[in-house]
Every structure is written in C-alpha cells, then in structure tokens.
Design a protein around this ligand. Sequence first.
Ligand SMILES: Cc1ncc(COP(=O)(O)O)c(C=O)c1O
Length: 360
Amino acid sequence: MSRVYNFSAGPAVLPEPVLKQAAEEMLDWHGSGMSVMEMSHRGKEFIAIHAQAEADLRELLAIPADYKVLFLQGGAAGQFAVVPMNLLRGKSAADYVNTGYWSKKAIGEAKRYCKVNVAASSQDANFTYAPKQDKWQLDLNAAYVHITSNETIGGVEFHWIPDTQGVPLVTDASSHILSRPMDVSRYGLIYAGAQKNIGPAGLTIVIVREELIGQASPTTPAVFDYKVQAEADSMHNTPPTYAVYIAGLVFQWLKNLGGLKKMEEINIAKAKLVYGYLDQTEFYHSPVAREDRSRMNIPFTLRNSALDDAFLKEAKSHALTQLKGHRSVGGMRASIYNAMPIDGVKTLVEFMREFERKHG
Ligand SMILES: Cc1ncc(COP(=O)(O)O)c(C=O)c1O
C-alpha cells in the first residue's frame, strides 16, 4: 500500500489513525456484530456514537450550553438557503460580506429569500483580502451578518472576529473549522460541511444560539427547521450515520493530539513552511494579502504559467496530488487541512524548490 500526500480542497485527507480504526471496526463495531453503516439510527449503539461525537465537539470548541449542535445533511451550500429560512425571523434583509467565490454563492442563494445588503466586499482587488471592519456598512435592522470566514478557493481567512453591534454573526466555517480555537459565543450561528476538517461528505454541522431558533419561515422543510432538528437530537429523519461516526473518530483524534490550541500550533507551523518559501522566491507568487492568508488553503501561481502542466505532472510523480487550482482562478492550490501531516508539507516545499531549480 502506498498513500499519496493529498492536497485536495475537499473531500480531503483524513487522519490515518482514523481510517485504520474505521477499517478495523468495519465488520463488527464494538462486538455489535455489524458495521456502523448497518445500524439503526434509533438503536442504543448509534445513539451512543452520536452523543459521544456531539460531546467531543462541544468540548473541542468549548461550545456554550445555550448553543445547539445539529448534525444535518444538505451540505454547506444547503445552508446558504437554510440560514435565511431560519434566521430572518420576520425581518426582510440580511448583511453579507463578499470575500469571493463562496460568499458570492451564499449571497446568490440568500437573494431568493430576502434583501441582501453587501456590507463590504474585496472585489476591488479580485478577492485577495478580508475587508477591514471600518469599511463595513452594516444595517442595524438586518436579521444577521454573514461572512465566509475561510474562502477555500481564494485562500482568504478572517483571523479576527467582526463586531456586528448586536446583530447575530453567521459564518460559513467549512474550510477552517477545528483548525484553531474559536470563541463560539461571538457567533449566532456557525455552519460547516464536513468534508474538509471534520470527516466524510454528507454531514453538515450547525452550531446555533438557541434563542435564534424556532421562528423558521412557514415554508421551511421540517428537516431543515433548526428547532425541529434540535428537539429531535438531529434525528427528525435519518442522519448521515457513517459520516457522524467518522467525524466522532476525528474529534477523538483531535482530543488525543491535545485539542485545538495544539492543532493551531501545528497548522501555523505548516502554513509558515509554505508561505515562508513563497515569500523568498520570484518563481512562485502568492496573491493574498499577508495578514489575511489562509492557513488551510494556499493558492499560488507560477510566474510562468506555461510550466503549470509540468508542475502538476512532476508533483504527481512525487506522490503529491490534487494541487491544481480551482477552475475559476487557475494556478495551484495546496490545501493543508488538519490531517495533512507536516511531512507532507515539507515534501511539497522541497519539491517546489527542486522544480524551481530545474526550471527557473
Ligand atoms: C467555504 C465553503 N462553503 C461552501 C461549500 C459548499 O459545500 P457543499 O459542497 O458541502 O455544499 C464549500 C465547498 O467546498 C466551501 O469550501
């Protein structure tokens, strides 16, 4: 068996110990005589798996007691619609900060449900930075303020929490949740698709302050009504059971590692290796403003784009895969989520240096 270093933006690399444990438990989970995939979600075994996963997530993120944790389906893109359905609460407008591809998608979907005020945008510089707070034009009557706290494609990350003057702050944290500690109490709602830092695709996590739920618009499907799902422990319908189980193993892996503070230290060290190199070469270029650079998704270009194909081909021969940038921006992108080992990042940087020596 030989595994590659997989720099995919998602679905993405998972911790090897998690995959090994899942393989060991595949046919017989803890003496139950069945795989987790085969269990009833109403049985005591799965209910225990689900409850443990929630407890571990609460511990990792220090989620306050007045927040509900929901394990849903429909993806983060589903939440682009589900958030306004649930959080408008009779209001007619919401504020959105436009930092690139994923915020634009969220805005486009929200416009089907309410008036969207773009409170700030980094479009003027091709979405290469996070707009400073003093440039925001907030509407104090907005139902909520939405940000994309890590733009997976543009590689722009909020390293600070905006002050929304009492209006609930909502964030799409899909591509950096669990990469660092987070002050959950500063948010009204946090959502994330699982397939980057949490587990397999199919699970969507919502963390929401309890006082904000219970006023979904009447046409909201019951499975997407936060209140309905909160009251049913996310089991109003069948949850994505296997994805919840793997997410639970990832949470245990993070706890064993020392929690999110430790994970953050490792992520800072990994990101420094790549940016440190990008900053001292003319051969490659990082387009993102230094203070807003993502620790998880690192887009970069080769000054000579005619070498792009050769770069990807040679990288692959070094078992470094999925480095092609998103089709909307081109170039390269290295996604270095929690589960990417530091050795993978070192191997990438060594390869980039060698490629420069050869072609520079
Ligand atoms: C920041 C962000 N938001 C939303 C999405 C869409 O997620 P999904 O495909 O789970 O709906 C992605 C997917 O990559 C993402 O990176």
